[in-house]
Design a protein around this ligand. Structure first.
Ligand code: DX5
Ligand code: ZN
Length: 229
């Protein structure tokens, strides 16, 4: 079976209504989301605090597609079991979250879940070199993690290109996260990304009462991305 590198749109619920996560998740999936990106922040690894494994377990009941859990936490290892039990499909840890990222990815894989490796803007592509056999997804941060609605960091496009070459035909997704819009999506797709995280670009202008706006935003994003293939 060939590896599915078709473009996937993964809306980040960080930009959703925090009082309505269940309805928001159902709305974005009904409107065409391929994955649901869940931003877990601990107020220590990043200067923001969102939710933990119990909340992610509650979200799981509403996710019909893929639950893509982005752990912006340090340490990661003590929480891997809990996020696996919560129903995550992908569990992504930051290269920068501690001294033993190789062991962290091994621990994620040991739960039977897919393992993701996230690289902050200051971390070179070469950081992934010795970890490719333990990785199902590489998440390239195109903003400094912690908040939605930030400006895309242009020099990360070269990193995406380098990673795409490094990966070759290994079954590893390249996911891009931060400032992904109709203007930046073509650049990252042309460089080799296949999974696009988008918070503000999907949620802005819409609501659970007007979910068709989410659908319109995602269709525009997908069209811009696919035009660059
Ligand atoms: C930032 C998060 C991103 C963020 C994306 O730390 O990891 O997923 O929610 O938001 P936008 O698409 O608005 O930059
Ligand atoms: Zn994220």
């Amino acid at each position: 079976m060939t590896f599915d590198r078709r473009i996937k749109i993964a809306p980040s619920i960080l930009s959703a209504d925090f009082a309505n996560f269940g309805a928001e998740i159902r709305a974005i999936e009904d409107q065409g989301a391929d994955w649901v990106h869940i931003d877990v922040m601990d107020g220590h690894f990043v200067p923001n605090l969102t939710f933990g494994a119990p909340a992610v377990a509650a979200f799981r009941k509403h996710v019909k597609t893929v639950m893509d859990v982005h752990l912006m936490i340090a340490p990661v290892d003590p929480y891997i079991e809990a996020f696996a039990a919560a129903g995550a499909d992908y569990i992504t840890a930051h290269f920068e979250s501690g001294p033993h990222i190789h062991r962290t990815l091994q621990a994620i894989r040991a739960t039977g879940k897919k393992a993701g490796l996230s690289l902050n803007p200051g971390t070179p592509a070469s950081a992934a070199e010795n970890l490719l056999d333990l990785t199902d997804l590489i998440l390239v941060m195109t903003v400094n993690p912690g908040f939605g609605g930030q400006k895309f960091i242009e020099n990360q496009v070269d990193k995406i290109r380098t990673l795409r070459k490094m990966i070759g035909d290994r079954p590893i997704h390249i996911e891009v996260d931060g400032g992904v819009t109709v203007d930046t999506a073509p650049k990252v797709v042309a460089a080799g990304a296949d999974v696009l995280v988008a918070g503000s670009a999907v949620f802005s202008g819409g609501s659970v009462e007007t979910p068709e706006v989410y659908g319109h935003n995602m269709r525009k994003l997908r069209a811009a991305a696919e035009a660059a293939l």
